[in-house]
Structures are given as structure tokens and as C-alpha cells.
Design a protein around this ligand. Structure first.
Ligand code: SER
Length: 874
């Protein structure tokens, strides 16, 4: 039974039992910061189990794509080494939300597995486990289903803590959880491995195929279990494992879908197809994980989900390398995957080009350091080591792009361990250095233990405030004198401190007695303490003094325009390029906005035009820009865009522009989108693999940009004397004219050379019946020399000719020998006899050869010697 048929049968079975068939969710859980990936079918129903979300149905069935790599549920290390582990897999699941519970869950599972019209598995091949204290489940299996006691195994807390058990399932550190009963298939005694709970349970003989979880609790951060509103059911069955059973093979990698990918991996790495080569299985598994991740909007990067993707992709590439494939190959298997799974997952078909190019890019990038890194690793492992030191593992990571699990993977193949603690230490130190370097700014470098600054700059451009602290340089002082550079901390301010990509405000702090402090930048001293950096222009300023702090409004407004435009740009990029676009960095100042985002290829001119049109449309719609403070969870639920992995406080500021853009943002913005005026993208380029950068201008900046562009056009127009609107046709005409002129020039040069040839022929001298000509020709290039030599050969009959020309201190030489003479005089030797005297070397055919030289001074002598040289050969 093919995988597609099993999937369809499962859904049909549960539909017949009143279940709603629900589509697979994305691999990226929607707004759930507690897990990175969808690790099970239940993830999309988490809130339903918890009672936060209600659906129109109480029973559901899905075939859910899942990923278990990085995080609590992680099978990455096992892939390739067991018959049944994957990073990406499909989970068949049925769910009850406070509807049926243990009895029906067990009954349904048994009926589907063993029922004649369903899978009809032999009953004696199945055994189950139950949570040690779950007598109810035990009895249901024993009495209702009729399983003999020796095939029901109780498993307790076998993982070192209460509820830490193979038979107690938890989604993450927190969330819905409960005891479970697992169903195993026995592959028979010729496969190694023992039953669950036995010392060799990790072997492949007894394969878990189906887990039925009795969702009863919500686990909180302290590990305390709270009963769910209603006991529920969450089951999960690996489609790949079930295929193994139903296709009568011993390993998931031999089933229809995966075997095709193992075959493709063999083809692309140039090794024969085999199920005994772990690397081929690793590649087959990883192409699925990588492709589905990219299809769902993740791109390789150095953090969060992107880093998990990078680790998987690089691991696959390294396994290809191990098989001898040193060229990019991995991306070529995407096409095979699309062929296998595209029908069930149309997003693979839609994303094929994007997935392929993102993986190719990643392969090329890693390919540049892989070989050197591997050589380094090989060296480090020489001499029978049993542990690889942390320093080398870290160097491989930081300089050669080897994720540490990749290094560990190589080491594992040779029975060597990696000193992970040492690696972590090195990494920690590096991060510390990075933090120190990145955080360096005058304000962060000062010590401050006083009160916070109240930021009033969203509504005001000027506030009355009291000086809380002063620093000369970054030394705390009681007063500043005229000319001092330093930092002013106030109890309230209108100055925005640099953050969220927006630069700090500039302006003035003035006191009634004439003191005037010019603020050139504002940076946070710490979370809610603002440091105004600059110079005291006049007067003196003391701690405790009352001042009025006023920002440069023009600059602030220009910055606000660019910042608000950045939000519109972000939303427009997602609308035009796809929702995989996520912010990777931004810089907003009064002049422009610079926005970095994940996208695998250059944004085309046509896409840029559409993005510009969309942003300008939203500007023209003149939406009010509103900011609201709310709880983070509510904000995310309301669909606010937030950066994954970014820490936001409990309360967040949600910035909304009509329905078009909702983002978490602490920056200062315009009041209505119309204030932005006009938006224009002025640059697009790549900054790193998979990261693009767009720069744009707004308002006056956009006007200045348009004016500058127009000035340049006008200047170009007047240079070529084109009327407005005719510049391009005029340039095309000029180009065509230039081409014609070049052609004419070449023709005339040829003619000139021919006539020069005529007069050169007269200079030939007779040496024992051979015409010998050695001459220098002014202004002829190699081609012209060759042509002349050809013509002279025709003209002179039995002849040996050397022509030279000098340009820019370099000598060009061409020698020709007529065919009847090449037996004794070879053009190559002839040309070299001259070249040797002008510091050069050359070669060619016996009848025509060329050379160059760098000492023109020797040329007259060299040419003068030709006749004698030829004579000696005759
Ligand atoms: N959530 C359970 C598991 O992943 C059952 O689906 O095993």
C-alpha cells in the first residue's frame, strides 16, 4: 500500500467515525513562542485542548507535516543510523476535544489497524505500552481488545523525574500533556532489538507506530500539572513507519516515498544505490526537512529556525562530501521530492524554484569552507584521539561554518566525542566579546544608579525636566562647563533613544540662565534611562537644574516618515514576495530607511515597482497611525508581526496603519500615513546569503532624490543634445553610429596594414634562396601583424618573416614560415630566437607563431640577427 493510499485511508476511517478532516498546518506554529516547530499533529489544536479556542467540531483527524530537530523533540542525531527516525515526517492523528476518551481512542486505533477493510494487520504482531499507573488503559487493552497480558507493558517514569516517561507525553516544557499508550509492531526475530522497556529497546525490531495520548493536564512553567477543562485525546502515527509495515520492508527508507529520495541521493552523489549507506539516508531525510521548511517561509540563517535549517542542510552537504561529491548537488534533489510529494503538498510545487535556489545558495556558501574545515578537522583527529577539543569545534563553527552537531556527526562516525562543554565555553566568551563590542557607546559605558527617565516623546517635542546626572566624557560630575562634552540624564525627555532600528534624536537642552547643551545623539544608559550625548555650547549646567529639552523637530519628522514607511514596506514585501519575508535588521534615520530581510534572490525591477506602488497606495489612503499598549499574547493574537527570538516585555506597543500593517514597535511615527508623502526605493542588493537589503526615501528625501535623478538626466540629455523624452533613442543612435565607426576604423587599419605589407616586402633580403624579412611595424596589434605576415608569405614565396611592434613598453612578435620551409625553419623557434632577446617567450605552429616581450630596447639587435639565424638553419 503506497503512502498516499494509507494517508487517505486513515482520514476516511476517522471521517466515518464523525471526525472533521482538517488540513495540515504549517511547520511554523502560529504565534506560539514555546516551540520552534510543529512537532506533532496536536500543535495546531493546542489552544483547543487548553480551552482557549473553540471549534465547530469536537473530533478531528489530520495528516500533519512535522519536524523534530532542535528543541525538546529532536531526532536529528539519529537520522541515518536507525531505520525509523526522521527530522521531517508526516503524522496521522485523530483528536477528541472533550468528546471521547480512553475507551473509544483505543477501540478506534485497534479497529483501524486490524479491521479487515482497513489495514488488516496481523493482531499477533502488535503489542502496546501503557503508563505504569494507568490501570484503566491496561484493562481496556486486556479486557475489551483482548490483548494477552504479556503484550501489554507498563512503563513508569523512566527518565529521571516525575512524569518524565516514554508513556507520558508533553508538547514542550509547558502546555497540554498526559499519559499515553503506544502501539508497537514486531518486525520479527531476524531484526535486532528488544521490546519496549528492555535494555535493547532502541533496536529496530519493535517499532512504535502509534501513540495515543490522553490529554488531561496543562503543565505550567514550574512543572505543575493543572487538569484541562475536559479530558481529550491526541494521537499520532508516523506515516513513514506505517508504510514500512504495510510495504513489508524493514526500514522507513525502503518505503516508496523515501526510497525514491535515497535513489536520487545516490544519483546526485555518484554512488550506487544502497540501503546500507547511512549518508544516502541522511540526505533523503534532510531534503524533505529543508524543502518543507523553506516552503513554509524559513531561510538558512544564523539564528532561531533559520539556524536549524542551516544545520540540517549543511549536515546533508557534508554527507554528500563524505561520499565524494564536492560540487553542489543537494538542491537538485528538490525536483525528485516535488515529484514524490508535490501532489499532497502543493506548496512544494509552488515553491520549487525558491527552495532550489535557496538551497543552492546555501550549498555554494558552505562549499567555500567545507573542504578547508574538513582538512582542519582531519588534522585535529589524527593520532588516535578520543575527544575533540572545544577550541577546534568552536573554530570550525566560527570560521568554517560547521554547526557543532555537524562536527559531532563526523566525530561519531569515528567513535570520537566532542568536548561540548569546552565548545560552549569558547562560544560564551565570543558572545561576550561581541556584546561588549556591539554595546559600546558612550551612554552604555557610564555608571548610573538613579531614577528612570519618563519618555514623553510620542506626544511632545519639548519637555520641562530636571537634570538627574551629568557626565564629562563618561565620568560622573556635578556640573558641566562650556565646551565640555558629555552626557545629560533627565527625569523626563522628548528625545527618543536609539532602538528598534531608529536612530536617537538630536536637539537642544536649554536652561533659563542661558546654558545650552547641544544633543548630537540619544542612547539608553539602561532600559528606561536616557542619555543625551553632546556638548555644552554655553553657560554651565548642574545636577538638579531645571531645563527645557527640545528635539530637532524637522529631523524627527523626517525620521518618523521613514520609520512609518518601513512598516508599510515590510507589509508590502510580504504581500508581493511572500510571507517568508521576515525582518533581519533595519536602520531608520532622517535621510532614509534601510531594511534587511530574508529572501533567497534579488528582487526584480518589476517586483520593486509593485512594492513601491503598494506602499504609495497605502500612503495615499491616509490611514490613521495608531499605537496601543497591550499584553504580548493579545498583540500576537491580533496578528502583530514580531521578530522570532526577540524578547519583548510583557506589555508591548502595537502600531497599526489601517488594516495593512500591524507591528510591535516602540518607535516614533507619523500621525497618518499621508504624512509620509511619497515613497521611493533607491537601492536593492544582497548583504549575506539569503538576505536582501532595500533602501528607500520618503517625503523631502524622496523629492531630493527625484530632483537629483532629474538633474542627472537633464545633464545627460544636454550632453548628447537630446530633446526631453528622446534621450534613450538618441543614445541608441549614438551607439549605432559608434559601432559603424569602429567597423570602418578596423577596415581602414586592415587596408593600411596591407599597403605597409607591400612596402615591407621590398625590405626582404635573400638568404640562400630564402626571402628573410625582419621588421618592426608601428601601431599594429597582434591581429594586424598576423594578417601582414600571411600576406607577405603569399607575396614572397619561400620566406621566413618576423614582424614586431611596440606599444606601452611591450613587444609583440609574429613569425611566419612558408610551408615549403618548415622542415628546416620552424616559426616557433624563429619567434623565440627574437623573443629571447626582448625578455619574452612564445610559441605556435611551425608556419606561424607569436610571442611577447618586455624589453623593447633589445628589439633592433634581435631583428638584425634574424637573417643569420635563418641562414644557420638552412
Ligand atoms: N502528540 C503525541 C506524539 O507526538 C501524539 O500525537 O507522540
Amino acid at each position: 500500500m503506497r503512502a498516499a493510499e494509507i494517508r487517505q485511508k486513515f482520514l476516511a476511517f476517522f471521517e466515518s467515525k464523525g471526525h472533521q478532516v482538517v488540513a495540515s498546518d504549517s511547520l511554523i506554529p502560529g504565534n506560539d513562542p514555546t516551540i520552534m516547530f510543529t512537532v506533532a499533529g496536536m500543535v495546531q489544536f493546542k489552544d483547543v485542548f487548553l480551552g482557549f479556542d473553540k471549534r465547530s467540531y469536537t473530533r478531528a483527524a489530520t495528516s500533519q507535516k512535522c519536524l523534530r530537530a532542535g528543541g525538546k523533540h529532536n531526532d536529528l542525531e539519529n537520522v541515518g543510523y536507525t531505520a525509523r527516525h526522521h527530522t521531517f515526517f508526516e503524522m496521522l492523528g485523530n483528536f477528541s476535544f472533550g468528546d471521547y476518551f480512553k475507551q473509544d481512542a483505543i477501540k478506534y486505533a485497534w479497529e483501524f489497524l486490524t479491521g479487515e477493510q482497513w489495514l488488516a494487520l496481523p493482531k499477533d504482531k502488535l503489542l502496546v505500552t501503557v503508563y505504569a499507573s494507568d490501570d484503566e488503559a491496561y484493562e481496556l487493552w486486556h479486557r475489551e481488545v483482548g490483548l494477552p497480558a504479556e503484550r501489554i507493558i507498563r512503563i513508569g517514569d523512566n527518565k529521571g523525574a516525575p512524569y518524565a516517561s516514554d508513556n507520558f507525553w508533553t508538547m514542550g516544557d509547558t502546555g497540554p500533556c498526559g499519559p499515553c499508550t503506544e502501539i508497537f509492531y514486531d518486525h520479527g526475530p531476524d531484526v535486532a532489538g528488544g521490546p519496549p522497556g528492555s535494555p535493547d529497546e532502541d533496536g529496530d525490531r519493535f517499532m512504535e507506530i502509534w501513540n495515543n495520548v490522553f490529554m488531561q493536564f496543562n503543565r505550567d512553567e514550574a512543572g505543575v500539572l493543572h487538569p484541562l477543562p475536559k479530558p481529550s485525546v491526541d494521537t499520532g502515527m508516523g506515516l513513514e513507519r506505517l508504510s514500512t509495515v504495510l510495504q513489508h520492508v524493514k526500514s522507513n527508507y525502503e518505503t516508496d516515498q523515501l526510497a525514491a529520495l535515497v535513489r536520487a541521493a545516490a544519483r546526485e552523489t555518484g554512488v550506487p544505490y544502497s540501503q546500507d549507506v547511512p549518508s544516502l539516508k541522511v540526505i533523503a531525510d534532510h531534503i524533505r526537512a529543508c524543502s518543507f521548511l523553506i516552503a513554509d517561509g524559513v531561510l538558512p540563517s544564523n539564528e532561531g529556525r533559520g539556524y536549524v535549517l542551516r544545520r540540517i542542510a549543511r549536515r546533508a552537504v557534508r554527507h554528500g562530501y563524505k561520499l565524494g561529491q564536492k560540487q553542489p548537488f543537494f538542491h537538485r534533489i528538490v525536483a525528485d521530492l516535488v515529484g514524490e510529494m508535490g501532489e499532497a503538498y502543493p506548496q512544494l510545487v509552488e515553491g520549487q524554484a525558491r527552495i532550489t535556489s535557496a538551497l543552492k545558495l546555501e550549498e555554494e556558501q558552505f562549499g567555500r569552507t567545507l573542504e578547508t574545515g574538513m582538512n582542519l578537522l582531519e588534522k585535529a583527529l589524527e593520532g588516535g584521539k578520543t575527544v575533540l577539543d572545544g577550541k577546534t569545534a568552536f573554530l570550525l563553527h566560527s570560521t568554517y561554518g560547521f554547526p557543532v552537531d555537524l562536527t559531532a556527526d563526523v566525530c561519531r562516525e569515528r567513535g570520537i566525542e566532542v568536548d561540548l562543554a569546552g565548545y560552549e565555553r569558547e562560544l560564551g566568551e565570543e558572545q561576550e566579546r561581541g556584546r561588549a563590542a556591539g554595546k559600546f557607546n558612550a551612554a552604555a559605558g557610564v555608571e548610573y544608579g538613579g531614577a528612570d527617565t519618563a519618555f514623553e516623546g510620542y506626544a511632545k517635542t519639548s519637555v520641562e525636566a530636571r537634570v538627574l546626572a551629568l557626565y564629562r566624557g563618561n565620568e560622573p560630575v556635578q556640573a558641566l562647563a562650556a565646551g565640555d562634552e558629555g552626557i545629560v540624564v533627565l527625569d523626563a525627555t522628548a528625545f527618543y533613544a536609539e532602538g528598534g532600528g531608529q536612530v536617537g534624536d538630536t536637539g537642544e537642552i536649554a536652561a533659563a540662565d542661558g546654558a545650552l547643551f547641544e544633543v548630537t545623539d540619544t542612547q539608553k544608559v539602561k532600559a528606561a534611562v536616557f542619555g543625551h550625548q553632546g556638548r555644552l555650547r554655553q553657560g554651565s549646567l548642574a545636577v538638579g537644574q531645571l531645563v527645557s529639552a527640545r528635539i530637532d523637530e524637522g529631523k524627527r519628522l523626517a525620521t518618523a516618515r521613514n520609520h512609518s514607511a518601513t512598516h508599510l514596506l515590510h507589509a508590502a514585501l510580504r504581500a508581493v514576495l511572500g510571507t517568508h519575508v521576515s525582518q533581519k535588521g533595519s536602520l531608520v534615520n532622517a535621510e532614509r530607511t534601510r531594511f534587511d530581510f530574508a529572501h533567497p534572490q534579488a528582487v526584480s525591477a518589476e517586483e520593486i515597482a509593485r512594492i513601491e506602488a503598494l506602499v504609495n497606495r497605502e500612503i495615499a489612503a491616509n490611514h490613521p497611525v495608531s499605537a496601543a499598549i497591550m499584553k504580548q499574547d493579545d498583540a500576537l493574537k491580533a496578528g502583530a508581526m514580531a521578530l522570532f527570538g526577540e524578547k519583548y516585555g510583557d506589555e508591548v506597543r502595537v502600531l497599526k496603519m489601517g488594516e495593512f500593517s500591524t507591528e510591535l514597535c516602540g518607535g516614533t511615527h507619523v500621525q497618518r500615513t499621508g504624512d509620509i508623502g511619497f515613497f521611493k526605493i533607491v537601492a536593492e542588493g544582497g548583504v549575506a546569503a539569503g538576505i536582501r537589503r532595500v533602501e528607500a526615501v520618503t517625503g523631502e528625501g524622496a523629492l531630493a532624490w527625484a530632483q537629483a535623478a532629474e538633474r542627472e538626466l537633464k545633464a545627460a540629455g544636454s550632453l548628447v543634445q537630446a530633446q526631453p523624452g528622446e534621450l534613450v533613442s538618441k543614445l541608441e543612435r549614438l551607439q549605432a553610429e559608434q559601432k559603424a565607426l569602429e567597423k570602418e576604423l578596423a577596415r581602414l587599419k586592415g587596408k593600411l596594414a596591407a599597403s605597409a605589407g607591400d612596402s615591407l616586402a621590398d625590405q626582404a633580403i635573400d638568404v640562400s634562396g630564402v626571402k628573410v624579412l625582419a621588421a618592426s611595424v608601428e601601431g599594429a596589434d597582434n591581429n594586424a601583424l598576423r594578417e601582414m605576415v600571411d600576406k607577405l608569405k603569399d607575396k614572397l614565396g619561400r620566406a621566413a618573416i618576423v614582424l614586431a611592434s611596440v606599444a606601452d613598453g611591450k613587444v609583440a612578435l609574429v613569425a611566419g614560415v612558408t610551408a615549403d620551409l618548415t622542415g628546416s625553419v620552424k616559426a616557433g623557434e624563429l619567434v623565440n630566437s627574437v623573443a629571447a632577446k626582448v625578455g619574452g617567450k612564445g610559441g605556435g605552429r611551425p608556419d606561424m607563431a607569436m610571442a611577447g616581450g618586455t624589453s623593447p630596447a633589445g628589439l633592433p639587435d634581435a631583428l638584425a640577427g634574424v637573417a643569420d639565424w635563418v641562414k644557420a638553419k638552412l
